[in-house]
Ligand binder design. Structure first.
Ligand SMILES: [Mg+2]
Length: 291
């Protein structure tokens, strides 16, 4: 297999089965690559506290950490390590005024869905630069935060049953429309359970970290990088999952791999490997052997 100078990957559902699952296998697979100077970038919607027990640095030496990056909070924070400690080298955190607008936009989306369609949602407000609107309030993922096999169908049926004919695109359009009312632009995304509305996405993490890596590895090309996730699959035509946001104008010539077996359309660049977390960990193992 081709060897990569940099590997970008999602965390929940790609490197670990769930947030509460032990991170030992993942960090054991990452360690030899970091030691050899391969750049690893965790690109996750979650925050630092939810990656490997909130202190991923404790698994690695100072030298290894110099090759580790985390792009978290759906574009909000980009971390590197210095002297064995994490620091934010770039962020996309709105000021108080813009954050308040994001909250109000999401409340407006919630009210419109409720009043017009009788469609219930819950909103998580505590994220640093976006809100998470739960579209499947009856369907609890429990500890498994990644997309379940039948969720797409359940959501589509639920939208239709409530008279929301435009499907997920209608929710994306509604988000843009409500944001325009407040005079800001948003980057709404959705998987089969959550509509997330904020000012950045995994695209910002991927671009920022890739550009940062180019400074450290002059001549680094997207072709030297691979991008791994478990949520590339399309919710419906033209709307792909959160990991597809790693594929941007800047990174698009990289190699993109999906470890999910969920049937459906992916962006055409994405190679579907399936096999879940084990496929990704095996890949890291092979890269370490060849690097
Ligand atoms: Mg995932």
């Amino acid at each position: 297999m081709k060897t990569y100078k940099a590997i970008f990957f999602d965390w929940d559902g790609t490197a670990v089965m769930s947030r509460k699952a032990p991170a030992e296998e993942a960090v054991a697979a990452m360690k030899p690559l970091l030691e050899k100077g391969v750049k690893l970038a965790v690109i996750s919607g979650t925050t630092y506290e939810n990656i490997a027990g909130g202190a991923i640095e404790r698994y690695f030496t100072e030298k290894e950490l110099e090759n580790l990056y985390l792009g978290l909070g759906r574009g909000a924070y980009n971390y590197a390590f210095k002297g064995g400690k994490p620091y934010v080298f770039s962020h996309c955190i709105p000021d108080k005024e813009v954050l308040e607008k994001i909250h109000r936009i999401c409340f407006e989306i919630h009210m419109e869905l409720k009043n017009r369609y009788g469609f219930n949602t819950d909103i998580v407000f505590s994220r640093p630069n976006y809100c998470k609107i739960d579209l499947m309030v009856e369907n609890n993922r429990g500890d498994n935060l990644f997309m379940q096999e039948n969720e797409l169908e359940l959501l589509k049926e639920s939208l239709k049953a409530h008279g929301i004919d435009g499907g997920l695109q209608a929710l994306i359009d509604l988000s843009h429309k409500k944001a325009a009312d407040f005079g800001i632009k948003v980057a709404p995304t959705c998987d089969a359970k959550y509509l997330e509305v904020g000012i950045s996405s995994k695209s910002d993490n991927a671009d920022t970290i890739f550009t940062h890596l180019q400074e450290e590895l002059p001549g680094l090309m997207p072709q030297d990088c691979s991008f791994w996730g478990d949520e590339y699959v399309g919710i419906e035509e033209g709307i792909f999952g959160s990991d597809s946001f790693m594929c941007t104008k800047i990174t698009k010539d990289g190699d993109f791999f999906d470890v999910s077996d969920v049937p459906g359309e992916r962006p055409h660049k994405v190679q579907v490997l399936g096999g879940s977390v084990q496929t990704f960990l095996d890949f890291l193992g092979k890269q370490a052997g060849e690097a």
